[in-house]
Design a protein around this ligand. Structure first.
Ligand code: COA
Length: 260
């Protein structure tokens, strides 16, 4: 599919989605959010895609936030709709995707940019990355899940401080906080993430998807993570991947998972 604001490339069972508005530091306007939804949906439906990497083009920014020029004169109702639609279309959509999503944070990840990285299943940053939720400096709060996902990842006190000060933390502090799992040089970022992706790919896609569902359930209102784990665990026993994985182990050979 042809996109205007993003690139989507498939290679070696990985779909890499790149936000491609470097002159605007990859800020998320509504057209970009719509294209990202379509690209994530297409990659998730593509049986050959085992891992999705999301990153930003250029050497300066992952995403410098939601596009401020688009919402500066919004009314109260329009503001509410902006957050609701964005969460449904992109941020919750990514968080609940069955295909693993890794954010390769290659520079500024601010506001909606950090929220996008936090919606991914985990994050790796380059050492030039700077992260923060500066929305209160604009008279607004994070609206794409940031007030929920930041405390989940770094703890309530750190999230309160980061959001209230509208501050930015560098990659080493983000590593210390557990906001990112690894820090690399900018040159090594994508190869490093691809290496993690190749480890993920050796395993059952069906079981990975079930694990995502169970892990996420623990963070969702009205859901019981332990009960969801039991349901997903049981379901695995009815899959071809489970038969293949257990037979391969017993026969001392490498499993070749059909992904069903
Ligand atoms: N929305 C819209 N445009 C943005 C943007 C955003 N969130 N972030 C950057 N841009 C645009 C700038 O307006 C500028 O466009 P222009 O060249 O047409 O004037 C271009 O991207 C480059 O940004 P600039 O500010 O000149 O780069 P810088 O290196 O001086 O500063 C930042 C980098 C990230 C510190 C700064 O761009 C910034 O503070 N951005 C907004 C961050 C923010 O508040 N995000 C949360 C939004 S909810």
């Amino acid at each position: 599919m042809d996109y205007t604001n993003i690139l989507s490339d498939f290679k070696d069972e990985i779909t890499t989605i790149t936000i491609n508005r470097p002159s605007k530091l990859n800020a998320l306007n509504s057209a970009t959010i719509n294209e990202l939804h379509d690209a994530f949906e297409a990659a998730n439906e593509d049986h050959n895609t085992k891992v999705i990497i999301i990153t930003g083009s250029g050497e300066k920014a992952f995403v410098a936030g939601a596009d401020i020029s688009e919402f500066a004169d919004f009314s109260q109702a329009e503001g509410g709709d902006l957050a609701a639609e964005g969460q449904e279309l992109l941020f919750d959509f990514i968080a609940n995707l069955g295909t693993p999503v890794i954010a390769a944070v290659n520079g500024f990840a601010l506001g909606g940019g950090l929220e996008l990285a936090m919606a991914a299943h985990f994050r790796v940053a380059s050492n030039n990355a700077k992260m923060g939720l500066p929305e209160v400096s604009l008279g607004v709060i994070p609206g794409y899940g940031g007030t929920q996902r930041l405390p989940q990842l770094v703890g309530k006190g750190r999230a309160m401080e980061l959001i209230m000060t509208a501050g930015m933390i560098d990659a080493s502090k983000a590593l210390l906080y557990g906001l990112v799992n690894h820090v690399t040089t900018l040159e090594e970022l994508i190869p490093f993430v691809e290496k993690i992706a190749s480890k993920i790919m050796r395993n059952s896609p069906v079981a990975i998807s079930a694990a995502i569902t169970a892990i996420n359930a623990g963070y969702q209102d009205g859901k019981n993570g332990y009960e969801m784990e039991i349901v997903e665990f049981g379901k695995c026993f009815g899959t071809e991947d489970f038969k293949e994985g257990t037979q391969a182990f017993l026969n001392k050979r490498k499993a070749v998972f059909p992904g069903r």
